[in-house]
Write a protein that binds this ligand. Structure first.
Ligand code: BTN
Length: 281
């Protein structure tokens, strides 16, 4: 797409993790827009310290380097736009739009997981050596992120794994995932070109990332997220580091955080794992 920031696409036959690669590149000063895509990852990272596995060449395994003008409390929007662009791409290629389970999973109509998103940021900005999953901090001030060095804002690396041509059956995945994972192949009955899907995703991502730079654009992306979020209206169990609670997911904040009503009290969930306990009435 002319004028897109996502033109530097680095392709790997095999890499440990495209997120790890781009975090290192970001520390060396790589600009916003670099994309890493791998046919295979030897140490693919999932959320909450889990692994992300896929056979070589079967699925889309990609990360993008963003340097959004967002305050720490708004960083969820950076991963949300990647989930939204992935939903756009899946809709365009299959004709059926997946839902977004908060925070960022893509679910097929049968509730099975099609894709996952993992955002990672340097804890202390572009020069830090440790990475933490974004959303691990509470909401911060609402002004934009500072540009600390050489005009570069702090990086957020957003990785996405889309189950394109794998799994083919429930028997392909470990028994604990059988019945919970699906793929474009299972939904459509045909093989999808992984590279074509990446191109469609990056085209959809460009205007969404551009929106992050203005209040009106951020509001538009938050509205899109609200419109596509299948968690809203359901009863959820929110699993946090210190315990869990159950309530009804009623809304998203303008920063994309989940509002859960628990016995008449509204709680805002910035980070955590959410289980859909019961569908909306
Ligand atoms: C999840 O647990 O749902 C998130 C999975 C994210 C996987 C992708 S694959 C490309 C990128 N590189 C990684 O190591 N992880 C992400």
């Amino acid at each position: 797409m002319p004028g897109s920031r996502f033109t530097d696409v680095r392709r790997f036959e095999s890499v440990d993790s495209t997120n790890r690669y781009l975090l290192d590149e970001a520390r060396s000063g790589a600009p916003e827009g670099v994309v890493a895509v791998a046919a295979h990852q030897t140490a693919g990272r999932g959320r909450l310290g889990r692994r992300w596995e896929a056979p070589p060449g079967a699925n889309l395994l990609a990360s993008v380097l963003l340097r959004p003008d967002l305050a720490p409390g708004q960083r969820h929007l950076a991963s949300a736009v990647v989930a939204l662009a992935a939903a756009d791409a899946v809709a365009e290629v299959t004709g059926s739009r997946p839902g977004i389970k908060w925070p960022n999973d893509l679910l097929a109509a049968d509730g099975r997981k099609l894709a996952g998103v993992l955002a990672e940021a340097d804890a202390t900005g572009a020069t830090a050596t440790g990475a933490t999953a974004t959303g691990a901090t509470a909401s911060g001030p609402t002004r934009g992120a500072a540009a600390p060095r050489g005009g570069l804002r702090p990086p957020v690396v957003v990785g996405i794994g889309i189950n394109v041509n794998w799994p083919t059956t429930d028997g392909d995945v470990p028994v604990e995932l059988a019945g919970t994972a699906t793929s474009l192949l299972r939904l459509t009955g045909r093989v999808t070109d992984v590279d074509l899907l990446l191109g469609v995703l990056l085209d959809a991502l460009e205007p969404r990332v551009a929106d992050l730079a203005s209040p009106g654009g951020r509001a538009r992306q938050a509205d899109d997220l609200r419109g596509g979020c299948v968690t809203l209206g359901t009863t959820v169990r929110v699993e946090l580091a210190g315990g869990s609670f159950e309530g009804r997911a009623t809304d998203l904040t303008p920063d994309g955080h989940l509002v859960v009503e628990v016995a008449g009290t509204r709680r805002t969930v910035v980070a955590g794992d959410v289980v859909h306990v019961r569908p909306g009435a």
